[in-house]
Design a protein around this ligand. Structure first.
Ligand SMILES: Cc1cc2nc3c(=O)[nH]c(=O)nc-3n(C[C@H](O)[C@H](O)[C@H](O)COP(=O)(O)OP(=O)(O)OC[C@H]3O[C@@H](n4cnc5c(N)ncnc54)[C@H](O)[C@@H]3O)c2cc1C
Length: 400
């Protein structure tokens, strides 16, 4: 099996296959990156509410008995069953898993684009608020965003931070094309998030396809433009446009409900690179689990098929007590509670990757216990634990 991409989906496939089929299948993992770290935790960094340590991919692959090829793939040739790398090298496969993720780009000029630039740009805004240079901040979800949760987290944690600074004159706005907050999670979750926004004093503007014609100016389509000191927006995404694979107009790979690439034999795709409507790590992992089970069965292992009904899980960081949101897609009912609805209570729910990251102490999150202000920060010396973390990269490591 050749896995293109070492993000959430790629790593989940490798771990899942090893769990289900042992060493029956030879695995090659291909990625231009030397390291993996959980991007979902980037929202926590400016607020010191969590941290993701980098994991060395060559060490991970070696630990899993896989080959690691540090290259970018430029084409797939399904007829010849090869993936072609940027240096012209070809990697032959029996089964191919494409997990290249999406390509992010800023949705607007004149804004801080969270997820494409420096995650710590928010710290400069917080410092400006503290010093009185900034009194209004807008958090904007661009049209077409399928996973707006990070922006809600940024808004809520900014409100909490400003409150802690003792500042009461700053005005925060959250502007979204959704008709209700986090509507992808359904009614109950939406109501709970609206209450959080109200309590934090964040002005919510729903059903708005915002435009940003100039610095600090947001055209909401309703009345006069909104003027604020600073704007933070999520990026928009394109597919990987990988030649050789069927894709939609934006380059997202066509897959069926079993994550098989349409029209091709033994080619699978998972995660943000696919044309599934919601680009989210937990859903990427569920596709990866389907693929791992299928390839394990093809290799003769007795691997049960995972539940085919996708479930959306979201751990919403609030700066205070996190909320666990859950909804089976296609069902009306949803849940929103401060108690964990899954275990480990990971930011990205993934059957194999979440416990793996937890076990190797590669993620740090606020405590989900009764007194959430206390953050669990366990100093880790990865080189002593034998895991594939990168030594010297953890700011909580006393060695650094
Ligand atoms: C700020 C933020 C917060 C988020 N919060 C959450 C959350 O709370 N919960 C949640 O479930 N999800 C969350 N997400 C979404 C989640 O991170 C993504 O959905 C998930 O990472 C998608 O996994 P993936 O494997 O498809 O892609 P990625 O994780 O993006 O991995 C893609 C991999 O492919 C590699 N690659 C790219 N091009 C090539 C190439 N040409 N050849 C070979 N390899 C290539 C990349 O280097 C990378 O290793 C968040 C995302 C962001 C940015």
């Amino acid at each position: 099996m050749v896995v293109l991409g070492a993000g959430v989906a790629g790593l989940e496939v490798v771990l899942g296959l090893r769990a289900l089929a042992g060493t029956r299948v030879a695995v090659t993992l291909v990625s231009p990156d030397a390291r993996f770290s959980l991007r979902a935790l980037e929202v926590a960094r400016p607020f010191s509410r969590g941290h993701a340590s980098a994991m060395d991919l060559a060490a991970f692959a070696a630990e899993q008995g896989a080959e690691f090829v540090r290259k970018a793939v430029t084409t797939v040739d399904p007829e010849r069953r090869v993936a072609v790398c940027d240096d012209g090298d070809e990697i032959a496969y029996d089964a191919l898993v494409v997990a290249l993720g999406a390509v992010s780009r800023p949705a607007f000029s004149h804004v801080v684009s969270f997820g494409t630039g420096d995650p710590l740009a928010l710290n400069a805004i917080l410092a400006d608020v503290e010093q009185g240079y900034t009194t209004s901040v807008a958090f904007v979800v661009p049209k077409g965003t399928s996973w707006p949760l990070p922006l809600y987290e940024l808004a809520l944690m900014t409100a909490e931070e400003i409150y802690a600074m003792g500042i009461d004159h700053a005005r925060l706005h959250l502007i979204t094309p959704e008709s209700a907050p986090l509507e992808v999670f359904g009614l109950e979750a939406s109501r709970a998030v609206r209450e959080l926004l109200d309590a934090a004093g964040i002005a919510l503007h729903t059903s708005v396809s915002a435009q940003v014609p100039a610095t600090g100016t947001i055209d909401t389509g309703f009345g006069d433009p909104l003027r604020v000191d600073r704007i933070i927006a999520l990026p928009v995404h394109d597919g990987p446009h990988l030649p050789g694979l069927p894709a939609d107009a934006h380059g997202f790979i066509h897959v069926d409900e079993h994550a098989r690439v349409r029209g091709l034999r033994d080619v699978y795709a998972a995660g943000d690179a696919t044309d599934q409507p919601i680009k989210q790590g937990g859903l990427a992992a569920q596709q990866a689990d389907q693929i791992a089970a299928q390839i394990a069965r093809d290799a003769g292992a007795d691997a049960p098929a995972p539940d085919p009904h996708p479930v959306l899980h979201g751990r919403l960081l609030t700066g205070h007590r996190d909320r666990f949101l859950q909804r089976e897609l296609g069902e009306q009912r949803s849940e929103a509670t401060p108690q964990p609805l899954w275990w480990p209570p990971a930011k990205v729910h993934a059957t194999y990757l979440a416990p793996y990251l937890e076990e190797h102490q590669l993620t740090t999150l606020p405590s989900h216990e009764e007194h959430p202000a206390v953050e669990i920060r366990v100093p880790v010396r990865h080189e002593q634990r034998g895991g594939p973390g990168v030594p010297g990269e953890d700011p909580h490591d006393p060695a650094t």
